[in-house]
Design a protein around this ligand. Structure first.
Ligand code: AMP
Ligand code: MG
Length: 399
């Protein structure tokens, strides 16, 4: 069976997400909206700044009245938070950053560029162009202006922008409800003693913490043995779930029962990807919920979760532009043998180049802990030192 190219898989994921549509909209206090996706655009209702104001600590002037060497008396002092009187002709105003410009003034000279004479008058060293160090009214926002589009994720900057407009309530999408399931007879939770043949379950922590950061509501559906009956029972018990995100059991091994069950009893959209690591990732619907079955090797889990599950999850939570930030960077290594699958390598950003972690096996979680992100090697390609390849920082993928 031919492997599906990554781009096609991504297209199918988004197609399904769009068919299901985004989660419902709710109104939240802006205080509580961190990480949510905005459901309706944020439109300015006021002019910001409301009046022209000073960008410097200094002296507000009528620029035409400033002649170098001819002192101007100070007729008033304006602090931020005060409204000044009109500027008396033939004078200047002491002014501080953020204070409204007196009517009639059209420029500010910074205090470092002036001298005071014995009578406290201000001597200017140079002529002053109109507009110097003035922040015009409305340069930040005008009534009716679109400030944030629907579909953006609300981070600290977006919430600061809402605050700057005096907004206290926001329309946002409700979090996606995701059930997390680990499968594998060999898995034991940290805190339990390890018996021969057992390993600790690390994917559970990887998936749960990541989903929480993504703004999802997480239901821990536990860790199941490789037993088709128990897996079926556990899946049947899930209620009110938008997504089942699982790890392990979707490959072609004899004990990979989860994948078998999904293929036999669900609708599988795809499950064989031209991707390394992550080939067996399985996507579709089962009993009225969507599922994304991630392969169990920890790096495969990480790559498929961030490259494939992430856009689906964000789109379902109402985000418009779900493609992760990536940019070309020079590499400091060679790969001489081309593969037939798209590969995501763990690389560190060292001295302005991408450096390869020496062990790229999909079971080596340390490669990801060491790395700063994933480097994309297109199918069929090799690379030489200095070549440019797309880099996906973990600060984007895991945030
Ligand atoms: P699977 O996808 O079930 O074939 O598992 C592939 C590899 O990943 C095996 O070596 C498993 O032991 C390992 N693995 C599966 N699930 C986990 C997990 N939750 N935590 C750590 N390793 C896992
Ligand atoms: Mg397994």
């Amino acid at each position: 069976m031919a492997l599906m190219p990554l781009d096609q898989a991504l297209q199918r994921l988004l197609q399904q997400a769009d068919q299901l549509g985004p989660t419902p909209v709710e109104t939240l206090a802006a205080e509580a909206a961190l990480g949510r996706i905005l459901a309706s655009p944020l439109i300015a209702e006021q002019t910001l700044p409301p009046w022209p104001n000073s960008a410097m600590d200094g002296y507000a002037v009528r620029s035409a009245e400033v002649v170098p060497g001819q002192p101007l008396p100070v007729s008033q002092k304006v602090f931020a938070g005060q409204m000044p009187a009109a500027l008396q002709p033939g004078s200047c105003a002491r002014i501080f950053t953020g204070a409204p410009l007196p009517e009639g003034a059209d420029a500010v000279e910074m205090q470092e560029n002036v001298q005071l004479d014995a009578e406290g008058r201000v001597l200017f060293a140079q002529a002053i162009p109109a507009g110097r160090f003035v922040r015009p009214a409305g340069e930040e926002a005008q009534p009716g202006q679109l400030k944030l589009e629907a579909g953006v994720r609300l981070g600290p900057v977006e919430l600061a922008q809402a605050a700057s407009l005096g907004v206290t309530q926001l329309q946002v999408h409700r979090p996606l409800r995701v059930a997390v399931l680990s499968t594998g007879d060999e898995l034991v939770e940290p805190g339990q003693p390890l018996q021969p043949g057992q390993i600790y379950n690390s994917n559970r922590a990887l998936m749960i913490h990541w989903l929480r950061r993504m703004g999802c509501e997480v239901l821990d559906a536990g860790c199941l043995p490789d037993d088709p009956q128990q897996i079926r029972q556990q899946l049947a018990a899930l209620e009110d779930i938008d997504l089942l995100l699982s790890s392990g059991g979707v490959s072609v091994g004899e004990a990979d029962y989860l994948g078998q069950l999904l293929r036999e009893e669900g609708e599988v959209n795809f499950w064989r990807l031209a991707l390394k690591p992550g080939k067996p990732m399985t996507f579709g619907r089962y009993r009225g919920m969507s599922f994304i079955g991630l392969p169990g090797n920890p790096v495969s889990t990480l790559v498929t979760m961030t490259i494939l599950a992430r856009p689906w999850i964000l789109r379902r939570m109402g985000m418009r532009d779900v493609a992760p930030l990536c940019f070309p960077v020079p590499v400091d290594f060679a790969i001489s043998q081309a593969g037939s699958r798209r590969e995501f390598l763990r690389v560190g950003w060292r001295h302005g180049r991408a450096q390869l972690y020496d062990n790229q096996c999909s079971g080596i979680l340390s490669s990801a802990a060491w790395a700063d992100g994933l480097l994309e090697l297109p199918e069929g390609s090799t690379c030489q030192p200095g070549d440019l390849l797309n880099f996906y920082p973990f600060s984007e993928l895991l945030a």
